[in-house]
Write a protein that binds this ligand. Structure first.
Ligand SMILES: C[S@@+](CC[C@H](N)C(=O)[O-])C[C@H]1O[C@@H](n2cnc3c(N)ncnc32)[C@H](O)[C@@H]1O
Length: 214
């Protein structure tokens, strides 16, 4: 597996990599699979870059595609069953221009240190008629449900952090939910020509976007 030196500081899943899939299902109340399913239905062509592939949670949804799994965290990748695995980050993609029909990116975006750089890199390695399928958690738009969501995630994530002796990591997961503006705002600055955006889940705390260069 090739190693790249400029990996982002935010890639801090190493300590919790063994529990990651279970915790993710718990936090999303098991809905993560159906959201991944919906996201994978937006794919086109045959090649997919699974950006921030982690432990390869999208394996089932990406069956039939030629997948390249990329992640900056070697331990997450050690549990990943895709055959083509690359250690790297979204901000410096080690691929030629127009290499992929799709970039699939699930539950990663709020961890990316420099999203402007990452948008540029994704646009560069995506084919002209390709799709950038972006799925992640955010905060609800409504002020009241946003507060409720903040309280719920504060309690749950800090508790899990204490129980698993990984307080710092789960604190990071909590704060990452507030790192970016709402997708309704930041997608306008993505540099892509067009995109769709749909909110899902309780209070709309998950979003799915398909961005196109054309
Ligand atoms: C919450 S996990 C999601 C993993 C997987 N995509 C899934 O759906 O379960 C976030 C992943 O993003 C990776 N990550 C963090 N910063 C990244 C970056 N700058 N570029 C690419 N991946 C990154 C982490 O190492 C971690 O494996």
């Amino acid at each position: 597996m090739p190693t790249y030196s400029r990996l982002p500081k935010s890639a801090n899943f190493s300590k919790i990599y063994r529990f990651y899939d279970g915790i993710n299902s718990l936090l999303t109340l098991g809905f993560d699979k159906s959201w991944r399913e919906k996201a994978s239905q937006q794919l086109t062509g045959s090649t997919v870059l699974d950006l921030g592939s982690g432990t390869g949670a999208a394996e089932k949804q990406l069956i039939g595609y030629e997948v390249t799994a990329l992640d900056p965290d070697e331990r997450m990748l050690s549990l990943n069953n895709f055959s083509n695995k690359i250690l790297g980050s979204a901000e410096a993609l080690p691929f030629d221009d127009k290499s992929f029909d799709n970039i699939y990116c699930a539950f990663v975006w709020r961890n990316v240190s420099d999203t402007d750089k990452a948008f540029k890199e994704i646009k560069r390695v995506l084919k002209d008629d390709g799709n950038f399928v972006l799925l992640d958690m955010t905060r609800p738009l409504n002020m009241f449900t946003k507060r409720l969501h903040k309280l719920g995630t504060f309690i749950t994530l800090h508790l899990i952090g204490i129980v698993t002796f990984s307080f710092k990591q789960y604190r990071f997961l909590y704060t990452s939910l507030d790192k970016l503006e709402a997708p309704e705002s930041f997608l306008k600055e993505s540099g892509f020509n067009s995109y769709t955006l749909e909110r899902m889940g309780i209070f709309g705390f998950v979003y799915l976007s398909v961005l196109k260069k054309s």
